[in-house]
Design a protein around this ligand. Sequence first.
Ligand code: ATP
Ligand code: LTN
Length: 325
Amino acid sequence: MKVFSGIQPTNELHIGNYLGAIKQWVDLQNQAECVFCIVDWHAITVPYDTKVLQTKIHEVAAVYLASGIDPQKSIIFVQSQVKEHAELAWLLNTITPLGDLQRMTQFKDKSAKFLQNINAGLLNYPVLMAADVLLYQTDVVPVGEDQKQHVELTREIARRFNSKFSEVFKLPKAQIPKIGARIMSLTEPTKKMSKTDKAESRIGLFDSPEQIKEKIGSATTDSGKEIRYNPKEKPGISNLLTIYSSFSNQSIKDLEKEFTDQSYQLFKQKLADLLIETLEPFRAQKAKLESNPSQLNEILTDGANHARAIAQDTIQKARSAMGLN
Ligand code: ATP
Ligand code: LTN
């Protein structure tokens, strides 16, 4: 089985990225051939700071390593170091209907959010993502709920290519976790936690203990007093229970029992303590890598060399299927 996934080096990674995507990757690397990418070409489709892009790339790599992704078992690399991604994206663009791209939820959301910068890259984003996945003959794409639509489009693009030209690509499937696929914002629990919203709305993986206490302490809760899971009526507490359950590996039912008749305040204190403890390795790994950046560069260069070898094989098949050389 082959697995591919990626994260954009934009802003700061949060616990939604970890629980929705990365946590599943760690288990998969013992059962499958895994490729984990830092998708910098995707990140530049929204406004960004050129001076910090490389730092952000290194931070994502630090998160992968701190989470337990092992470069001996999995390939870790930066998208722009393997140019075949851009080439395949171009080829796939020619068989992707414009209407399919215009109806993507993420395109609609991002073009509403960045009204001054609705560039063609934002529209073509899912085609580059399809190229990422298809180059590695991927079976499974472990992602959070919001990316399901893009993986379905990838499958459709592969199907269309195979029937129009010849059988070059495997048809991939999304893998969405049962718990944690859609962690909600701390301040507006009916919206997903996002890298591009205000800092109080999310817990960053590198947040200090003080920041974690402060953000959990002021997270929106619901009227009433009960600590009960009911996303419709109690979206705030339900989101906090999901976070608690995912990090502690205790079921939500057990947590409801444990916190019967307890106050929101005590529950939040316990959750903050749990997060401070479980996020400690992320802060430590970041500090370690900052003190030795050459180690990270070696891992990424080695990863890109491995990735390129696989990608070149597939792109050659795609070229010749299309009558190119
Ligand atoms: P943005 O906020 O700009 O949309 P993002 O937070 O979605 O960015 P990405 O790099 O696009 O970040 O996503 C990386 C991975 O994290 C994807 O697999 C995505 O599905 C997952 N993910 C993102 N937000 C959440 C969330 N709130 N809950 C669960 N998974 C999430
Ligand atoms: N669009 C994804 C990031 C991404 C990705 C991929 C995920 C780019 N290429 C390939 C899985 C497989 C997102 O999380 N926003």
